[in-house]
Design a protein around this ligand. Structure first.
Ligand SMILES: Cc1cc2nc3c(=O)[nH]c(=O)nc-3n(C[C@H](O)[C@H](O)[C@H](O)COP(=O)(O)OP(=O)(O)OC[C@H]3O[C@@H](n4cnc5c(N)ncnc54)[C@H](O)[C@@H]3O)c2cc1C
Length: 290
């Protein structure tokens, strides 16, 4: 039986899961944290409701329907994705990994850039959003990872293989994961990222500073464009580039909903999910013939 991973349990992910489950595909939906729909208090522009409905209620109903069709929901974060030799996908949670025939990214709009002075100024000049993509540029140099959870630790571990020193900066928050592998931790509030043309050091509110050549942003959970970038899929800013079938530029990797830009509304997310599922079914069938 073919196995598909959907990352994100918002309207895009759940809509796709309905079509896939009904086509006899084993569907796992992984999600963590609150998506946009859970924050919507009152919805009155979505088809089928005579009275306003809360985002939470709409989501609960959607999930119930998917579970009835056999979709499995797992409450976990996906921190990394890799392509295996047989053109399948290995997905990593903070604790384990599993292999899938196809992946659908439905992680919603990305809003993971922290409001810290200097971050935007040094993007591409020391500030990065993807350790696996950019670690190479910081070989034998000190780097920082800005974040406070499993995703930050994951990025730090990748950097620790090549950088001279890796420090996780939680920016005043308590670190939520378990430190390992010679990675330093600094929980002070960040004041500013500084340098002359390139990032050179980071200052803290208590007037201390650390010298770094790179700062990797890994706030909260891994965003869809970060995951897509790791697989070499084309992105534009935080938006994953897809064709009319919601296929990314990487075969077997699809994206749907707010993470693909355009109209950031439930109706579009649901439609995207349905289109992606139909394309995935076709892709898996053509794969079987080979
Ligand atoms: C306050 C507010 C009000 C709104 N009101 C309306 C409205 O009235 N009408 C309307 O049409 N639209 C409204 N919207 C927009 C609508 O909610 C979104 O367009 C829609 O929810 C997008 O669906 P999605 O499935 O793409 O993403 P989301 O609903 O954001 O779901 C994303 C999912 O991905 C999960 N996720 C993210 N990263 C990871 C990861 N690394 N690993 C695992 N899981 C992950 C999240 O936990 C979540 O389950 C509103 C949005 C907000 C914020």
């Amino acid at each position: 039986m073919k196995k598909v991973l959907i990352i994100g349990s918002g309207p895009a992910g759940i809509s796709a899961s309905l079509y896939l489950a009904r086509a006899g595909i084993d569907v796992i939906v992984c999600s963590v944290g609150r998506g946009s729909l859970e924050k919507a208090d009152k919805i009155e522009n979505y088809f089928g409701f005579s009275e306003p409905i809360s985002g939470k209620e709409l989501l609960k109903n959607g999930r119930k329907g998917a579970e009835r069709l056999g979709v499995k929901f797992i409450n976990t974060e996906i921190v990394d994705l890799k392509i295996t030799d047989g053109m399948r996908y290995k997905a990593y949670t903070p604790f384990d990994s599993d292999v899938y025939d196809c992946v659908l990214l439905a992680t919603g709009a990305q809003r993971n850039t922290p409001n810290i002075k200097g971050i935007v100024e040094f993007e591409g000049k020391g500030v990065s959003y993807c350790a696996v993509c950019d670690a190479f540029f910081f070989r034998n140099k000190p780097v920082a990872v800005i974040g406070d959870g499993d995703y930050a630790l994951h990025e730090a571990k990748i950097l620790a293989q090549t950088s001279s020193c890796v420090t996780i900066l939680t920016n005043g928050k308590q670190f939520k994961s378990f430190l390992s592998g010679g990675i330093e931790l600094n929980e002070k509030k960040i004041h500013e990222l500084c340098g002359h043309g390139r990032l050179e050091y980071i200052t803290f509110d208590d007037n201390s500073k650390i010298e770094v050549s790179g700062a990797f942003i890994a706030i909260g959970i891994a965003g869809s464009s970060q995951l897509a970038k790791k697989l070499g899929a084309a992105i534009e800013g935080n938006i994953i580039k897809v064709d009319k079938n919601m296929a990314s530029s990487t075969p077997g990797l699809y994206a749907a909903g707010d993470c693909t830009g355009g109209l950031l509304q439930i109706s579009k997310a649901v439609s995207d999910g349905a289109c992606a599922a139909m394309a995935i079914i076709k892709y898996l069938k053509s794969d079987e013939k080979q």
